[in-house]
Design a protein. Structure first.
Length: 485
């Protein structure tokens, strides 16, 4: 299809023809500014163009054209990612998947649904709730993030303690490879296919191995019963001990969330305050679900554990409305920091639960040394910690201070036996921090896998792995040794 556009760039002309017109491509600077970053706003880079395919075939054609013409490219969903995974640092062609937003099918008998990558996470639960089903992964941005993006980052959420992260709910993928070929993995949603776990490999690969164009997900039956407990502690250590005691008692909550004093200040100053005491050091939000007959017994056990851990106040939600208020307060925790700080940097590390008091003390020291306040919001049950570094970008040097403080927090997580990301991905933000948990040989092993799928490194290059250095030297030594042998 011949399309007239106001550009002398032949590549722009060809891409416009693939997607069928000027309404499906952006290429002027004023239009591209909206795509110069994702939820990680400390880096800004303009793409070459943004194209909006309508289906898998158009995605494949765009990818094939980019590959043949050595144009770097990447896929983008809603742009809610927090590690810079969708930032076009190489002047990429952005393939926006927002028009591919259909709920293709729902199979209640086999408890699965098929969606396109631009389908919004929460819309899936809303679409099937009248039949008594829901989709479990629930990141804080679930009202706007897309399931395709969730697959790329292996997104989690508050309820991943019991139900797992995205990879635990993916049954099949349709993927466009970096050369334009289309493959299908997990055909018909069959579990445990023989051979390598390609579903597991692609989920969480941050858009560096292929572009997902169709997703088969697991859907779950709504639990019979659900109750939520709110607990206030005068010391973070006491709240941390309550977390460990609840788990060791044999209860597996659906969610076990904690916020510290600075985080509480933020959520109480924002859109969904619930009246948390201003002087409290920690709040726990604990939810249990399952067979209705056993819920009250679990709640009573949780209340007793909290009392033994010197809780100031603890109680169960009196009704569904109050439970929803508590969750709205927690789920908007990241955005709420804007009510107490002009800017903030969200970090994402994982630690053993038992090290929580030690880690929080070290983060407090980082805050004091940097002169920046740090709020802590975390999925306490599985040790997924989110330090939020508060800063003012208008003040000279504060961006650099925030980045240094964020990196120091991740180093603490790695030092206690944890890792540098639980659900937000590495992107460009934490590439160098990958060295906190992997040596050069281990990084090379992973980039070798990337080269199998993405040999020319045109797809989302410069993400996930550190800047080449000693790794390149080691790789050359290995290749030379193999050639000699």
């Amino acid at each position: 299809m011949k399309v007239k556009i106001k550009s002398n760039d032949g590549h722009i002309q060809k891409l416009a023809e693939i997607v069928g017109g000027t309404r499906s491509i952006l290429y002027n600077k004023e239009d591209l500014i909206a795509y110069d970053c994702d939820g990680f706003t400390l880096h800004n880079h303009l793409p070459k163009a943004v194209v909006f395919p309508n289906d898998t075939n158009e995605v494949a054609q765009i990818v094939k054209y980019c590959s043949e013409n050595k144009l770097p490219f990447l896929a983008r969903g809603a742009g809610t990612g927090l590690s810079g995974g969708a930032i076009p640092i190489n002047g990429e062609v952005i393939i926006s998947l927002v028009r591919m937003k259909r709920l293709i099918s729902v199979d209640f008998e086999n408890r699965r649904a098929v969606v396109e990558p631009g389908f919004v996470n929460l819309k899936l639960t809303n679409a099937i709730s009248d039949k008594g089903y829901y989709y479990a992964p629930d990141p804080s941005s679930q009202y706007c993030c897309t399931i395709g993006g969730n697959v790329a980052e292996n997104a989690g959420g508050a309820h991943c303690l019991k139900y797992g992260v995205t990879t635990n709910h993916i049954l099949g993928l349709e993927v466009v490879l970096p050369n334009g070929d289309i493959i299908e993995i997990g055909k018909n949603g069959i579990l445990d296919e023989p051979g390598y776990d390609l579903l597991g490999l692609l989920t969480g690969s941050e858009g560096t191995l292929g572009i997902v164009t169709k997703i088969t997900v697991r859907i779950l039956k709504n639990p019979e019963g659900k109750q939520t407990v709110l607990a206030y502690f005068d010391k973070v250590e006491e709240g941390s001990r309550a977390v460990s005691e609840i788990i060791s008692s044999g209860i597996v909550p659906a969610a076990l969330e904690m916020m510290d004093k600075v985080a509480i200040e933020g959520v109480e100053a924002a859109a969904f305050p619930v009246g948390h005491p201003k002087d409290i050091e920690a709040v726990l939000l604990i939810e249990v679900d399952g067979i209705a007959a056993g819920i009250d017994e679990q709640i009573n056990q949780i209340l007793e554990v909290c009392r033994k851990c010197h809780v100031r106040k603890v109680r169960a939600a009196k009704d569904e409305h109050e439970r929803e208020q508590w969750w709205a307060n927690r789920k908007t925790g990241f955005g709420a920091m804007g009510a107490i700080s002009p800017d903030y940097l969200v970090q994402d590390g994982v630690i053993p639960r038992s090290t929580l008091p030690e880690v929080l003390e070290r983060i407090k020291q980082i805050s004091e040394e940097s002169g920046l306040r740090i709020a802590n919001i975390f999925h306490a049950g599985d040790g997924n910690l989110h330090p939020l570094v508060l800063f003012d970008a208008r003040k000279q040097g504060e961006i650099e201070k925030a980045l240094e403080a964020g990196s120091a927090c991740l180093k603490v997580c790695a030092d206690v036996g944890g890792t540098i990301t639980g659900e937000h991905g590495v992107g460009i933000e934490k590439r160098e921090e990958m060295r906190f948990v992997f040596n050069d040989e281990e990084i090379i092993a992973q980039t070798n896998i990337r080269e199998v799928f993405n040999p020319h490194n045109l797809l989302n290059a410069g993400k996930l792995f550190p800047t080449p250095g000693r790794c390149v030297e080691i790789k050359k030594e290995i290749k030379d040794a193999l050639l000699k042998s």
